[in-house]
Design a protein around this ligand. Structure first.
Ligand code: SF4
Length: 270
């Protein structure tokens, strides 16, 4: 397909290869600074208010970027109160703006319309689409890039995430500034900086999502064993992150951003 609009330019996975190799050398805070210098107010942070996402919020606040970078939270309407309380603390103590996105229907309305979807694997996919992926689409056009807290140390599909990845569904760049932090690095950072933490982590929840589909884990279980336990972990991810999906883009994929933005990204050298 030919691009006819002269005000936008296309970025493909190939375009990012060299840039990702260069950006690999930068620590987390430098990657956030680089992102802000390239995208300015067209940069957001996607956080589910889990441990790493809270560390990312703290870093944005530490860099004094509260006026430019807002936090995006997908509120499925069935979050634990501890997660909602963590948002309030992040707003108050870090001075961050939080954009909460909501599904079209409450969970009660959804159950009346569709039944209890999250009780079987096919229904779970539909429920995650309705309550997570669809609300996130409300940000289309608002940002050119989103920071998120995915880390290679989480394993699975995340073991080889790049610094920058294309999100063709939202037409923006996903940036992973924490990708090289392992669990020990993260815990050390949280302790040193006294990062606000979701209280559920201290109650046996290594990861946190909707209250319908997240349980604590037992000692020795994998970190994500508490996610969709009732489905025997048939789902590993909700697929809100493009790099979690089975197919990570090939070179027919692209996003289109303003020519000035694309120039600022691709001309970068250190
Ligand atoms: S995690 Fe469970 S309740 Fe939440 S959106 Fe996905 S299936 Fe629905």
């Amino acid at each position: 397909m030919t691009n006819h609009d002269p005000s936008v330019a296309r970025i493909t996975p190939d375009d990012l290869t060299q840039l990702n190799a260069t950006l690999e050398r930068l620590p987390s805070l430098e990657l956030i600074k680089w992102s802000h210098s390239r995208f300015g107010k067209r940069l957001g942070v996607l956080s589910a208010m889990q441990k790493a996402g809270c560390a990312l919020c703290q870093m944005v606040a530490e860099l004094g970027l509260q006026d430019d970078i807002e936090i995006v939270f997908v509120d499925t309407g069935v979050n634990y109160w501890e997660t909602l309380d963590t948002i309030e603390r992040v707003k108050k103590e870090y001075g961050l703006k939080v954009l909460s996105l909501h599904p079209e229907f409450t969970m009660a309305e959804q159950i009346l319309r569709e039944g209890i979807l999250y009780l079987d694997p096919e229904g779970q996919k539909k429920c995650c689409n309705l309550r997570k992926k669809a609300p996130l689409k409300q940000i289309m056009g608002r940002y050119d890039a989103l920071l998120s807290s995915l880390r290679r140390g989480s394993g699975g599909n995340r073991a080889e995430i790049p610094v920058l990845a294309l999100d063709t569904e939202l037409n923006l760049i996903r940036i992973h500034p924490l990708l090289n932090m392992n669990n020990d690095d993260l815990e050390k950072y949280i302790e040193e900086k006294d990062v606000i933490i979701n209280p559920l982590h201290a109650q046996g929840y290594p990861t946190v999502s909707c209250n319908r589909c997240t349980t604590p884990v037992l000692p020795g279980e994998p970190e994500r064993a508490g996610r969709w336990r009732h489905l025997e972990n048939a789902a590993v991810y909700c697929n809100i992150n493009p790099t979690d999906r089975a197919r990570v883009g090939d070179n027919s994929d692209f996003v289109e951003l303003g020519v000035d933005v694309v120039g600022r990204i691709l001309d970068f050298q250190i």
